[in-house]
Design a protein around this ligand. Sequence first.
Ligand SMILES: [Fe+2]
Ligand SMILES: [Fe+2]
Length: 282
Amino acid sequence: MSDTEQRRYERLETSQKVNFTAFEQSGSVLLRGEAVAINMSKTGMLLQTGMSLASDVDVDIILNIDSVFVNLKCCVMYCRDAEDGTFDSGIHVRRINKKDIGVYLGFIEKLEKSSEKPKSLRPQMRGMTDVVKRISAEHKIINEYVAVLSEMMHTASPKADYSATILQLMKKDIITHFNIEENLFFKIGRSVIPDQCEEMISSLTGEHTEFLKTIDVLIDSLQPQIAKNGAVGLSGKEKICDFLELVKQHAVVELKDLFPLLEGNADAKKMILAKLMKLTKK
Ligand SMILES: [Fe+2]
Ligand SMILES: [Fe+2]
């Protein structure tokens, strides 16, 4: 994974104790130990370990989150001597048990809330008075997932396939994104300029429903492939690429056709801005 990809998610400071097991290429246990996660994101963490870990080694990490043991299948991206008797190991989360993903994301959300840094792209939209710009900023969140997955489809190797994990994370953010669009932009468009946008909004809303179904179908079909072969097959990759293409086309219609209509109507713009102000003040 590239540095750019690694930085796509904010690293949140923590001091979470973890247990880890590192494996040989053959799958047998190399070593077990305790470590401290000094920062974490949705897809990775920096571990402070008492021993050096070779890069590319597979590790299982167990987090104790409020007495729930969350099991993460990870790999070591790099390991540096911290020169204080410890080592800093960059860890990438490759897979999370389906039953654990909610607990893990909830834990990351708690870290986000307790962090003083901006938590996501959404709060950064404060102060923007151009509706289209604000919506474009909102779309950056989805674009990031599309970019990460697209890159992965062209570079994924059996040792580095996190597509199902990323789709799980994408699903959560895309649901929020669709809710914002449907309850804010689409609602106002329908009430203020129905003649100009009803047909388009109806089609976009239908696509939202289809996308959510597709994500579920993809996750369900990819997870067994990754568990069995370490990576998705060619047909799985094609399905992900087709899905990403539809998401991109959908965003183009919104950004180029629908949202400029809303921006161009004084009443719609005023209503959207008023609602956005309320939302971002929370
Ligand atoms: Fe949309
Ligand atoms: Fe959108």
